[in-house]
Design a protein around this ligand. Structure first.
Ligand SMILES: C[S@@+](CC[C@H](N)C(=O)[O-])C[C@H]1O[C@@H](n2cnc3c(N)ncnc32)[C@H](O)[C@@H]1O
Length: 229
């Protein structure tokens, strides 16, 4: 199943399924992401692979509707689903675009966020280059993604749960394929240490990550130097 087809299929129930599949935990993980961002009232974020705009709305909620969010995603169905939610409507700009080819001028955003999107990118290095280009000097990169669990016991419980995810998908949306894709992309994605090295191989500085829930997810962060060209 192709990435686009996966999100075409799940778009209409995407937010609901996120709650079911993560047992509500995605809400907490995204709030931690916003803690890391620590936004100010004039912050302008780019939420890449933003889907239905869940992260963008959490960001706007944190600063009481101040600031501004640009949500970009190549899947128009996900974006159309996001537009149905009118919360902070005037503070969100929606753009259909892939992470590998962002239609924004250089040095535009205070922060670049990507939540559960990077493992879908067709070219991660090119996307990181684009992230760097569109950030202002001093701008911050944040990536929330499923990662590798560090404790063996937690890992075996988590693996057991992952194996029933496609079954839950079949029961709720009538199709297990998108959820097989989900678990496959999680398995194939680099470990937190490997992904840190990939980010370090770009022009970003101050690269690091923080595990949450023993590495079920991790937040990677990096900075575009203040004196960057
Ligand atoms: C799991 S959803 C995440 C949505 C949202 N960020 C969240 O955390 O709820 C993954 C998103 O990645 C998008 N996507 C797939 N390929 C992409 C690419 N090459 N560039 C940017 N986004 C992509 C999909 O369309 C989908 O909306």
């Amino acid at each position: 199943m192709e990435t686009k087809e996966v999100f075409d299929t799940v778009a209409y129930r995407y937010d609901f399924m996120n709650d079911i599949m993560s047992l509500g935990a995605h809400r907490y993980w995204k709030e931690v992401l916003i803690d890391f961002l620590s936004p100010r009232e004039d912050t302008h974020i780019l939420d890449v692979a933003g889907g239905t705009g869940d992260v963008a709305r959490r960001f706007l909620n944190r600063i009481k509707g101040n600031g501004f969010a640009t949500v970009s995603d190549p899947n128009e169905y996900m974006i159309e689903e996001g537009k149905k939610n009118h919360r902070f409507k005037s503070k969100i700009e929606w753009v259909v675009a892939p992470a590998e080819d962002l239609p924004f001028t250089d040095n535009t955003f205070d922060a670049y966020l990507v939540s559960f999107g990077v493992r879908n990118f067709s070219d991660i290095k090119r996307s990181l280059k684009e992230a760097y280009r569109v950030l202002k000097p001093g701008g911050k990169f944040f990536c929330l993604e499923f990662s590798k669990v560090e404790n063996k016991t937690v890992s075996s419980i988590y693996n057991m749960y992952s194996s029933i995810i496609p079954v839950i998908g079949k029961v709720i949306v009538g199709d297990e394929e998108p959820y097989k894709y989900l678990t496959k992309t999680i398995d194939e994605f680099p470990s937190q240490k490997e992904f840190k090295e990939i980010i370090e191989s770009t022009e970003f500085t101050d690269v690091n990550y923080k595990n949450i829930f023993n590495g079920i997810v991790a937040i990677h962060f990096a900075t575009k130097a203040v004196n960057a060209e």
